[in-house]
Design a protein around this ligand. Structure first.
Ligand SMILES: Nc1ncnc2c1ncn2[C@@H]1O[C@H](COP(=O)(O)OP(=O)(O)OP(=O)(O)O)[C@@H](O)[C@H]1O
Ligand code: SF4
Ligand SMILES: [Mg+2]
Length: 385
């Protein structure tokens, strides 16, 4: 069996600030195989972007305390020297952001920027690099790519800029792509096009994708696995169906119940009360305890005093849950809450987006595919309205 290309093991990231130590990422572990997509979801401030910056080796080591391991193939990134990190970025791992100007310089023609990206990592002539840039623009669906190479970023629409950023990220064929809210700023039609483009390119280049998003509709469309983060930790992880149809951690259930669902007659959204805790003064026990509506089901005061571990469920080693409640009680609580949030009383459906701010599919089950097609259909109908 081949090893997953990305292996993150007990990753911790903390920032020292005037107010105290911010424990932004606190013991995160996951794997991603090539050709697969892991979606990371969770409310604002839960540590999603800091996790991705740590994987990319983008955090300032002088001001950041970091521990654990991030393996990309056979290179460990947390302990790697800066020149190794630089060499890996762009060739083995690349990132796309919500804001294309985070990767594109506004004052340089996009052709020159793409040529530079190629020549920074391989010894090719300018003419060959330009030909590769033109090919990549065509790959991401930019019409007349030979002429577009001479445009500046501001001459393109938002969707086209996003495509150029994807071209820039993929031009050296990285094994891993991190997409941090890649479509949040785009309208729903362009969002769907960009996600379809990413899925097509993932299949073509066999890329492992880590997708960070608030949009659970996008997750339903493209993810193979989902990790739910809360206050710096993964609180539930599993296949797409585990998280959407059989969630067990009360926070995941809260997220799914707090956003509109597809295909229901009417919707009764149940917001999660309260706010996530300060990452400087974390609760002693379960970090979700101050907001959890299920804590009264756990005997004694374990929720308040003991941190739960992230443990596999009895019948699925790939579905991990961080909660003191026993499995039967978790499942019953989850089904009850999801039904309350679905006034039609039907089976839970994939929701649209999470949090206040708002793929290639070798192993996807028919149910995951149906979740995806329902979501895609809904997106198309929203786009046509
Ligand atoms: N350089 C830094 N110094 C101090 N704290 C930081 C730093 N970078 C991030 N943080 C804090 O770390 C926590 C996690 O931030 P992160 O950006 O990962 O959240 P996120 O889950 O990506 O949220 P969002 O959904 O809003 O993008 C936040 O409390 C943030 O304020
Ligand atoms: S451990 Fe307790 S407080 Fe935390 S999610 Fe489970 S039931 Fe709620
Ligand atoms: Mg973020």
């Amino acid at each position: 069996m081949t090893q997953p290309y990305v292996r993150v093991n007990d990753l911790k990231v903390a920032f020292s600030t005037e107010d105290g130590v911010v424990r932004a990422v606190d013991g995160v572990t996951f794997d991603v195989e090539r050709g697969k997509t892991l979606a990371i979801v969770g409310e604002s401030g839960s540590g999603k972007s800091v996790t991705s910056q740590a994987i990319m080796g983008l955090l300032n080591r002088k001001t950041t305390q970091m521990s654990g391991e991030v393996w990309l193939g056979d290179t460990e990134m947390v302990s790697a020297k800066d020149d190794v990190l630089r060499a890996k970025r762009g060739t083995e791992i690349a990132m796309i952001f919500q804001d294309p100007f985070a990767s594109l310089h506004p004052f340089y023609r996009i052709g020159n920027q793409l040529v530079e990206a190629v020549r920074a990592h391989s010894d090719v002539s300018k003419a060959d690099a330009r030909a590769k840039a033109e090919h990549m623009l065509a790959e991401v669906g930019i019409p007349n790519p030979d002429r577009r190479l001479d445009d500046y970023p501001h001459q393109l629409s938002g969707g086209m800029r996003q495509r150029v950023m994807i071209a820039m990220a993929l031009i050296n064929g990285p094994a891993v792509l991190i997409a941090d809210e890649p479509t949040t700023a785009l309208d729903v039609t362009v969002q769907a096009q960009i996600m379809e483009l990413l899925s097509r390119l993932q299949e073509e280049y066999d890329t492992a994708i880590i997708l960070i998003t608030h949009d659970l509709g996008v997750v339903a469309d493209v993810a193979d696995e989902v990790a739910v983060m809360y206050a710096g930790r993964i609180v539930e992880r599993g296949g797409l169906d585990d998280i959407f149809y059989r969630p067990q951690m009360p926070y995941t259930v809260g997220l799914l119940s707090s956003v509109p669902r597809l295909g229901t007659v009417a919707e009764r959204l149940i917001p999660i009360p309260g706010q996530p805790p300060s990452l400087i003064r974390l609760p002693q026990g379960c970090r979700f305890e101050p907001r959890c509506a299920a804590k009264h089901l756990v005997p004694g005061d374990a929720c308040r005093t003991v941190q739960p571990d992230l443990l596999p469920t009895a019948d699925d080693a790939g579905h991990l849950v961080r909660c003191h409640l026993d499995e039967a009680a978790r499942a019953a609580y989850s089904q009850q809450r999801l039904l309350e949030a679905t006034s039609s009383g039907g089976a839970p459906r994939p929701p649209r987006s999470c949090g206040p701010r708002a793929s290639s599919s070798t192993s996807r089950s028919p149910r995951a595919r149906s979740a995806r097609s329902r979501s895609a259909a809904s997106r198309r109908s929203a786009a046509s309205r």
